[in-house]
Design a protein around this ligand. Sequence first.
Ligand SMILES: [Zn+2]
Length: 412
Amino acid sequence: MDVTLTEQIKLTFPSDGQRKAAEQAFSAVTKRYAEACTYVSCYYFEHNCTGSAIDLHKVLYTDVRASYGLKSQMAISVFKTVLARYKTVGELMKQETVAYAVDGRHDTFRKSLDWLQKPVVFRRPQADLVRGRDWGFTAGMEMVSVNTLGKRIKCTYQCRPDSRLFDPAWKHGGAKLVFHDTDRNWYLHISVTKAFPDTGRSRITEIYGHDRGLVNLVTSCGDNGETVFQDGQGVRRIKERYARTRASLQAKGTKGARQVLKRISGRENRMMSDVDHCISKTLVSGCRAGALHVFEDLSGVSFQNLEDRNASGRYELRSWTFYSMEMKTAYKAAMRRGAILKVNPQYTSQKCPGCGAIDKTARDRSQHRYTCKHCGRVYNDDEVAAKNLRQLGIWYVSGVDNPHFSKKVSGY
Ligand SMILES: [Zn+2]
């Protein structure tokens, strides 16, 4: 698996005069770049979100260069930036399953780009730079050179001393020129990539089942039989506070309120991203190298399962943050010769980990308890799912390609 991460460097200048000139050039190029992206995005949206970067290039290249003054490589990058953004949006929409009922029968489908109501607008002034063409290190990595609308700008920079940029095993890729509101400095977000060998089934050293929810953000069960809970209370409280603030600002509806709304939505996203980062780190760091992490595949769950597993509130956290946490766990696991496995979630919260009996009524939500009527064992309800997910992982490692539970063939 190729793992791609982002390393940030802060651009620094020897004098205020140079800083001012550079900042003007950076502002200009990122503003134009974002405008060009929005222009291309509108065209793409009006043409039903179809066509490749080459198709867009053929029709719009001359226009983009003439109207926005971008140099040739940057004009080409605009098409890639726009398509990449639509791909991400499409990926996110696919995570959402829409449920509907016709004549009392429930059915589901996944959302797609067809559901997009209006074109994606590129509001943040930032520009994507191609390594070697638009940006690069010079002077033995002492300095960095950045392309703008006019002259190239060379400057010094600051970064973490242990940055992967200095590790030759990580290859430098494209960079994003970004202004950080927090400290009012310009940064390059540079992607670095390293290939990690894929872990075959036979090389798996241990197996973890991870159940995700709201009460416990993650409940994990590993080879030692212990169950570890990561409490979601703190996060839930903060999310509720954000929701209240949002509601009162929306009710206000003034321009100032809208600005604050935008700011706090960014803050909330950053917080959730941090939470995902910490959780995935915890999941992976405590394990041996070569661990398999089993998650339920929530992207395609049917309505019945949604109803079962995601009563009240669960839905909200489900789509985006689960997806993002999965991605973060996947790359962190890969860096330690491990992997993630996504499995069909059916019956994972209904099956008794002790005797294998499937019983929908065994779960008592209010008490967070699962009581098996067949063997009498009692579990925490999230623990049941974690144990069952781990069981599916064991089946996978022993050679079952698409491990899942079914009512007909039950029992381990
Ligand atoms: Zn039982």
